[in-house]
Design a protein around this ligand. Sequence first.
Ligand code: BTN
Length: 256
Amino acid sequence: MIPDWEASICQELGPEWRHAGVRALRQTDSTNLRLKEAARAGEISAPYVLAADCQTAGRGRLGRSFLSPPGTGLYMSILFAPPLDADSGSITILAAVAVCRAIEEMTDLKPKIKWVNDLFVNGKKVCGILAERIGEGVIVGIGVNVKMPVGGFPPEAGAAGALEREMDRGKLAGRIARHFLDGTKNLSDPAILNAYRARMALMGREIRYTQNGQEKNALVLGVADDGGLMVETEEGPRTLRTGEVTLGSEGLAGRI
Ligand code: BTN
């Protein structure tokens, strides 16, 4: 356990979220997996915040792993019970906005969001988000690279980078959790989508995406109200709902 982190998280959550479960661990396999198993076993209930200094089996989107070495990052998951009509787009959008707000409040940095929910600073990915459904609940997992690991990121970490700012990671966890949980009270609040659009990195840019196994080019027009990415393609306008996009020939470095 990391008592300092737990105290910081509770302090940031404030009296309104006093009933939330909070735990911070030195090491775990995956905070998403831990919460999933604990919730399935009926050991915890929503809302619950689990943070860790290190993960031995951090999981990313599309079956990838997420590098989670000790002493450099923040790996956290939030279990919450969304309203029955909540769509997953609004949840991922809220998570990205919550992390941006926390980083903006605690540093001089202004992260950009690459659809759907990767956060970039100076062209490098500093945060990834993985939302998973569990019964009627949702677990939102957030990994933030605060410092560069000793020896740098391995090549398989792709465009990974770090915030490179001194900060109390427990406080960062608490700030993210509070912004996120506050937002869950009204997931259809247009202010959340506007905050997402204002930080969106791909507006007006040429991107590549894959559809039915085929790579296609498109121009980004904006973000639809349900979180889909509106693009202009050779076959006309389309709204992308899932998958991954990459910037066209320009690449990412120095652009977002
Ligand atoms: C991605 O970029 O593909 C998403 C990465 C999500 C990583 C976080 S770290 C905390 C939580 N636990 C996990 O195993 N994954 C998420």
